[in-house]
Design a protein. Structure first.
Length: 138
């Protein structure tokens, strides 16, 4: 069942999906690397700003102007057993880096497309979940 969300949450979810199509590989530990890797927050940034082909080291500044939902309230991590509380911007990074959620799953969570049970299920696909320990740049 889809939960009611705000327009900026839907726009953020759409931006993550659009940016993920620009850089096919998921990144862990940094926003971007090279020409083909980004994390979930980096994907949203990619969808609203024109970036160079190699975006290594770029940090998503100014994204808060577009999505007030990123830092307007604290949210509980939807992963079962996790007790972390975050603003949405850091929750996205937490789900991406610590729980290895795919960018598409994070977008579905933000868009209210996952029920509580589905939101917390473990990743069933190994696609895009290889952790890059050498690139922990946050």
């Amino acid at each position: 069942m889809r939960k009611k969300i705000r327009p900026d949450e839907q726009e953020l979810a759409d931006a993550i999906r659009a940016g993920a199509r620009c850089r096919r590989e998921q990144m862990f530990g940094a926003y971007f690397e090279g020409t083909d890797r980004s994390d979930a927050l980096g994907s949203a940034y990619e969808a609203i700003y024109r970036l160079p082909a190699d975006a290594t080291g770029i940090r998503p500044k100014g994204i808060y102007k577009f999505f007030a939902c990123l830092d307007d309230r604290v949210r509980r991590c939807p992963e079962p057993g996790c007790i972390k509380l975050h603003f949405l911007d850091t929750l996205i990074i937490h789900l991406n880096d610590d729980h290895l959620w795919s960018r598409e799953r994070i977008a579905a969570y933000i868009a209210g497309e996952l029920d509580e049970q589905a939101a917390g299920k473990a990743v069933t696909s190994t696609e895009n979940v290889e952790r890059s320990t050498e690139n922990e740049k946050y």
